[in-house]
Every structure is written in C-alpha cells, then in structure tokens.
Design a protein around this ligand. Structure first.
Ligand code: ADP
Length: 263
C-alpha cells in the first residue's frame, strides 16, 4: 500500500515536471517544424543538395512532437470531456486507422461490437488508449505476422465472484480486450510495462509512455486495465470500464464498414 502511494506521488511529480517542459517544448517545436516546412515547400529548389538534410530535420521534429504529445497526455494536462459514449464505433474507427498502418501479414478480427456498450467517458482519451494498445500489438507482430483480435463484451462481477480480477471492483462493466498472437512478454518485462519511460524498443521506436498513459486514462474513468501475457503465447490486454446503464448515447462515431481484409 505504502509502495503504491509512493509510486503515485512519484508519477505525479514526474508528470508535473514533464508536463511543464513539454508545454514549452511544444511551442519551440512548432516553430522548427513550421520554418522547415516553409523552406521545403516554398523556398528551396527541388534539386538543392540540402533538401535531404532538411527533410530529416522535419522527420525528427515531427517525431519529437509526437513524443511531446504523449508526455502531455501522461502529465494529464489535457482536459477530460466525459459524456455517455458507445465503445463500438470508437473501436471501429481505431481499427480502420490501424489497418492502414499494419503489414498485410497481420489479420484483424473484431467481436461483440454490435450491441450498446455505453460508458461515461472522453471519446478522445478512450480512442488514444485503444490506439496505444493496438499499435503495440501491431509492433509485436510486425515481423512474424499474426492475429490482432479486439473484442467488446459486458461483464458483471459480484463481490464474491472468484473470476473477478483483483483490481476490479464489483459491478457491471464493458470489457474491451486487445489480444495479439505475438511473442508475449517475460515476467520481468510484464511487471514494468506500466512504468513511465519503460520500453524494450529501440530509441527511435518507443517512448515507454503508451501504457502508462493508457493506465492513467483508464484510472481516470474509474476503470481497470490488466494484462495477460506469456513468452511465446501472445498478449491480451483487458480494460474494464463501468457500464452506463440506460444511457442516451451522444457523439458516436459513424459505423462504417472496415476496409477489405478486416472482419
Ligand atoms: P513503447 O511502446 O513506447 O515501448 P509502451 O508503454 O506502450 O511504450 O510499452 C512498454 C513496453 O511494453 C514495450 O516496449 C514492450 O516491451 C511491452 N509491450 C507492450 N505491449 C506489448 C505487446 N502487445 N506484446 C509484447 N510486448 C508489449
């Protein structure tokens, strides 16, 4: 318990510090990116020798901006705008985006997205959680290929339910699962994945913030996140968000069919 409090104080301190720096850094980066784009688009001849270097400046700047965005999300300097939302359309939208960035040797399946799965949440934040989980799953399978399965279901846990995960309070939930058939994680890695800046990826590929951001957002929604992963046996993340019963849904993303190759 004491450990838990220390951990959350530590996270809060890192968050405040990182958030302040990230905010200022964001403005500086916007200038770097903006001027580089102007030079490339308007000022520099197409055959100028410096063009390649400048394109690399732009790429690095855009990557830094993405990192800053993650840090701002981590430090929770984003305002939450919660309302009743249905998770099905958000999942559809994320899968459409993810499909475009995944190699064709990764198959995407979805299940249980039809029915009402309403929660009281911020659609942008939930979108981000799902994006982070699917991106990680895609990364884990990018060489081997495999199956990415995203599912939605309703679960209800009574206080005496022995199937209830330890960190989930009794009640009715929407359970969102993201499962991949990638290489899985060792117990040592699994224990650290929610720590900010923990990553096993190469420097230019991972920030180590995706899962700590996801964890923070889920907690902010009174939910829980849990991982089931074994080396060689894939990984499943489960997110539990309190079900909003009898809600009138607003702002649901349109249900559009996924591009070919998805189910
Ligand atoms: P990043 O993706 O930038 O490394 P994350 O916080 O999203 O940061 O993930 C932390 C680490 O968790 C990853 O570097 C990876 O080792 C591990 N991880 C996350 N998702 C998966 C997955 N689906 N399969 C295997 N390992 C994963």
């Amino acid at each position: 318990m004491e450990n838990c409090i220390l951990q959350s104080q530590k996270l809060e301190a890192i968050g405040t510090l990182a958030g302040g720096i990230a905010h200022d850094f964001n403005n500086i980066l916007s200038a770097v990116i903006g001027y580089t784009e102007i030079a490339l688009d308007d000022e520099m001849p197409l055959d100028a020798p410096a063009r390649n270097s400048l394109e690399n400046v732009l790429k690095a700047g855009l990557r830094a901006k993405d990192l800053v965005k993650q840090i701002l999300a981590f430090s929770r300097q984003t305002q939450y705008e919660k309302k009743p939302i249905s998770l099905g359309p958000i999942v559809q939208e994320v899968l459409k985006l993810i499909r475009a960035s995944l190699p064709t040797n990764i198959e995407i399946r979805q299940r249980g997205l039809g029915g009402g799965s309403t929660v009281f949440g911020d659609p942008i934040q939930i979108h981000q959680v799902l994006m982070n989980l699917c991106t990680n799953a895609g990364h884990a399978m990018r060489n081997s290929g495999g199956l990415l399965e995203v599912g939605l279901s309703r679960v209800e846990y009574s206080p005496s339910d022995i199937t209830k995960p330890m960190d989930v309070k009794p009640g009715a939930y929407v359970e969102l699962t993201v499962a991949d058939s990638g290489p899985g994680m060792s117990p040592t890695v699994r224990e650290q994945i929610f720590n900010p800046f923990f990553t096993t990826k190469a420097k230019e590929e991972g920030t180590g913030l995706g899962l700590s951001v996801a964890h923070g957002i889920v907690k902010e929604h009174d939910g829980a996140i849990r991982v089931d992963s074994q080396p060689g046996a894939g990984t499943t993340f489960s997110i539990f968000l309190p079900l909003l019963a009898d809600a009138k849904e607003t702002d649901a993303a349109p249900e559009e069919p996924l591009p070919p190759g998805t189910e």
